[in-house]
Ligand binder design. Structure first.
Ligand SMILES: Cc1ncc(COP(=O)(O)O)c(C=O)c1O
Length: 373
């Protein structure tokens, strides 16, 4: 049987990893500055994480959401403490798209409306409601195009003031657009969304799938702007590679049996992984490390005259050049064995583990400086 051929692949086969290092099947070492699309948060195969997930696997890998799973409460407790959002509730899913799907659905259940405001270049996933609010027609099937979704220019305060009205169900926005090219939402923009939602009863959904979980140098990127969304979606770094996602739900929402549900979401193994990730983030002060090393990289990259624009926060960094970065990225990968990402055609995207070391950041800067002055 063939694989359904939807992914263009690099001819590299990683077989082992530790921290920010990967090894391929030939023993070649790579520096991972991309974490497989922002997924590796605490570092590949962190020994504590491996022990916790391994022990859980030996005891019980899965049972459904029809029994008590204290690991879920442990996760909610840890999330409340680390995010400061102790009065929010947690619903667990398996991916970023599924988190946004449930966020949108919950908003619509809550106010009975269906008009959604989303933003240009936004990416929220590939399931039905999530892809409908994603600004990329090429990944929407005919059944995904929805009349009730309106796209506004990202960071346009006036457009938000005008468009959000008493029929608006929700406004969904990424704190820092990832796929859209590392575009940071301004404080004024997020505050305008909060104000418009307060006025109209619309729900403010903050997609923190890529920019959340400490990556921006705060646990959630909106905490730089001091706004509080009604629903926060998460995934990616949450399980350090084990599939898990979730939404944090403000106290304005009332739960009722059957309102949301999933077979796999919140299973024992996923929660063991997510609990280990939060323990490591806390013990190793990784949110602080993301801030410190992010600042360091911004300062150093800021010295390159050849960079057209440098964007991002913490360890979510977009380096825009005024030409296609395809060749540079391939040179970094095949000649210097460094994984980076891309957004659009001209932007290199760095999404390393939050445990990145300064010596590793320096290795990137040294190689990068050979090509961009
Ligand atoms: C901001 C954002 N939201 C949602 C998603 C979808 O997540 P997943 O691929 O886990 O469904 C992504 C994935 O890249 C993302 O970057």
């Amino acid at each position: 049987m063939n694989l359904f051929n939807v992914y263009p692949l690099y001819d590299i086969e990683p077989v082992k990893a530790l921290g920010s290092t990967l090894w391929d099947k030939n023993g070649q070492e790579y520096l991972d500055l991309y974490g497989g699309h922002a997924v590796i948060s605490v570092g590949h195969s962190h020994p504590y994480y491996v022990r916790k997930v391994g022990n859980q696997l030996k005891n019980l890998a899965f049972y459904s959401n029809s029994v008590k799973i204290p690991l879920q409460e442990e996760l909610a407790d840890k999330l409340g403490k680390i995010s400061g959002l102790k009065d929010y509730s947690l619903f667990l899913t398996n991916s970023g798209a599924e988190s946004n799907e449930n966020a949108l659905k919950l908003a619509s259940f809550h106010n009975g409306r269906k008009k959604i405001i989303a933003f240009t270049k936004g990416f929220h996933g590939r399931t039905s409601a999530a892809v409908a609010v994603t600004d990329n027609p090429s990944i929407k099937a005919p059944l995904n195009f929805a009349d009730h979704v309106q796209f506004l220019p990202f960071n346009d305060v006036e457009a938000v003031k005008k468009a959000v009205d008493n029929e608006t169900c929700a406004v969904i926005v990424e704190g820092i657009q990832g796929v859209g090219g590392i575009q940071v939402a301004t404080d004024e923009f997020l505050k305008a969304i909060r104000t418009a939602c307060n006025k109209t009863g619309a729900i403010f959904i903050h997609d923190s799938v890529q920019c959340g979980y400490g990556r921006s140098g705060k646990f959630f990127s909106f905490q730089h702007s001091k706004v509080k969304p009604d629903i926060i979606s998460m995934a990616k770094g949450m399980g350090n590679g084990f599939p898990i996602g979730g939404i944090l739900i403000s106290p304005i929402f009332e739960a009722k049996f059957g309102l949301l549900g999933t077979t796999f979401g919140g299973n024992h193994l996923a929660c063991a992984a997510a609990n280990a990730v939060l323990d490591i983030i806390r013990k190793e002060k990784l949110v602080q490390n993301a801030e410190t090393l992010g600042n360091y990289l911004f300062e150093e990259l800021g010295k390159f005259k050849g960079i057209k624009e440098l964007r991002g926060q913490g360890l979510m960094i977009g380096i825009e050049l005024d030409y296609s970065v395809k060749e540079l990225r391939e040179t970094l990968l095949f000649k210097h064995h460094q994984f980076t990402g891309v957004a659009g055609s001209n932007t290199i995207r760095l999404l390393p583990s939050l445990a990145l070391k300064q010596s590793e950041a320096d290795r990137f800067l040294e190689v990068f400086s050979q090509y961009v002055k």
